[in-house]
Design a protein around this ligand. Structure first.
Ligand SMILES: [Zn+2]
Length: 166
């Protein structure tokens, strides 16, 4: 294998056109639809592997989640290491992209008893998040949210608001 920059990742991920796009994992996906990687004889979520490759060992007790909500995304800018409790809380506001929210809102009109759960599985968030969106408790204005918000006044957000909220 060559050691050109990017050569190692190339067979593993499909990069988007825009740097802010998801990096879709092309290798194995586990039964839950989460991208996974064989590493050191063990299977681990690919996003954990990616995080550890880039940032070092994951501190004990932390989980790695994706801010975009995709189970197969390993874009480091979309990855967050946080506690399980934070991950659950964060899913209320941070794990969905505008297109997801539009999809969820659209599904509301013919929602059945299981729709919230099905959508939650599809988008990697909790059923409560889906119901919150329907009731407009969260995401009444869908807007993108990338990466950790360390610098609120800093660089402009990546362009993604192709579908402004109604
Ligand atoms: Zn992503």
């Amino acid at each position: 294998m060559s050691h050109e920059p990017g050569a190692v990742l190339k067979p593993l991920v499909k990069l988007g056109r825009d740097p802010a796009d998801c990096w879709t994992w092309l290798a194995n996906v586990d039964v839950g639809g989460v991208a996974s990687k064989q590493f050191g004889g063990k299977r681990m979520p690919a996003r954990r592997w990616m995080w550890a490759q880039l940032f070092g060992p994951i501190p004990d007790g932390l989980v790695v989640t994706t801010a975009c909500g995709s189970k197969t995304c390993v874009n480091p800018h979309h990855l967050r290491a946080c506690t399980q409790a934070d991950a659950c809380r964060a899913s209320v506001n941070t794990s969905l992209l505008p297109a997801d929210v539009i999809d969820i809102k659209r599904a509301k009109k013919d929602a059945g008893p299981n729709t919230a759960r099905v959508l939650a599985d599809k988008h990697g968030c909790s059923p409560q998040t889906i119901r919150d969106i329907w009731k407009r408790r969260s995401w009444s204005r869908a807007k993108p949210n990338y990466g950790p918000r360390k610098n609120p006044t800093g660089s402009p957000a990546p362009v993604a608001a192709a579908n402004p909220p109604p």
